[in-house]
Design a protein around this ligand. Sequence first.
Ligand code: SF4
Ligand code: SF4
Length: 429
Amino acid sequence: MPQPIEQQKVLQDKVKEHEHLVVEGMDISGHWNRMFGQRAIFDYDPDNLAKVATLQGGESLEWCYGCAKCTAVCPVDIVGDYSPRKIHRKTQLGIDLFTSDDLWLCTTCRNCLRVCPKEVDMIQIMPAVREQAVLAGNVPAELQKAFEDTAKFGNPLGQAQRKRDAWTKDAGVPVPVMSTIKRPVDVLWYVGSYPSYHPRGIDAARAAARIFAALGVDYGILGREEKDDGDSQRLAGEKGLFEMLAEDNIAAFNSYEWQRMVVTGPHEYNAFTNEYPKLGFDRPVQHYTQFLAEHLDELRPLLKHEVKARVTFHDPCYLGRHNGEYDAPRALLQAIPGVELVEMGRCRENGYCCGGGGGGMWLDSFTAKHTSMRLSERRVREAAEYEAEILAVCCPFEVSRFEDAAKSTGNDSLKVRDILELLDLSMRG
Ligand code: SF4
Ligand code: SF4
């Protein structure tokens, strides 16, 4: 196959211009009449692009017309060399996306799709190609481990299923478990894997339990009957694992009576509102920020203590861009006395990605080989540039990511707190 540089030289040789040319009385001498010979676009190898485009979900990669709007907003390009345009171009020039490291760098943050005039959809393309790579056994080792742990233990942290409700012991309030209370409830709270097992996630889960108790919410959790939602594994290419988890979770959801579901994480919110309905589960679901914002009148009098701090908020991609919720988290933060809320430049629709979506949560070491810094580190630096004292989040992936990033970038004074923790702090002092 001809090399691109050689192609360019051939094209330069084909440039034609007349030293002196007058057309219909107009002098267009020199470079004004520069013309090219036939462009050798047929020298591109169409096979690799066709391989992607023939997959269900991969079609839109062929629609790219190279405007590069996506490159300007892709969070990975800001710390590396990446975007749908670049993927399209590289694939045209012969790179096999199915075996390229580029396959694993996209976090499915959706910022490119927001601006793309041709609707090139990485949220469909990436899982479709990754699924083939998974079937071929071509998966980065750290991601493979998360897949295996999820399949074996029901969560990507590799923790025992029987310990899934162990966090409830020290919540300071009773946490009702559906299998024990054996009665219908208003709210089924889906806690999620990181709030159940990760030490910093547990802090947020316990805070939520105390807030629900103070509000008198009639709720229950599934405890040991709950499994990971599987959405990030699906986006990372493990569709079969996602379907298995969804089947188990739906059976657990359907075995109890409840009016609405509240979830701790945006990824679960996305899974249960956009993906599980395709598998037969279609019930009302709210992210906790939406549920609490709806109860703001009852919540406000409970927020008795000032949290005096300059706070900035990181929009989770899967709550904001994917599902359109930007206001509920801000309403909660603004209700906390003493909080001075400042917006970072990259916020709301153009919010920066923490790097944890689409399997990125389990690919940090792999991604580090291709970027100048982690996305979480770039984000923490932005929060520090805005002189924030607290970076507020409402996605269980983010607390640990940003706390690590604050340390590694020397911004140790920046605190990272889930909104649940800030509400709880204001309630209890
Ligand atoms: S914005 Fe869309 S059409 Fe433009 S370069 Fe990016 S993927 Fe291609
Ligand atoms: S989805 Fe996000 S990370 Fe992936 S290519 Fe688009 S902008 Fe970049």
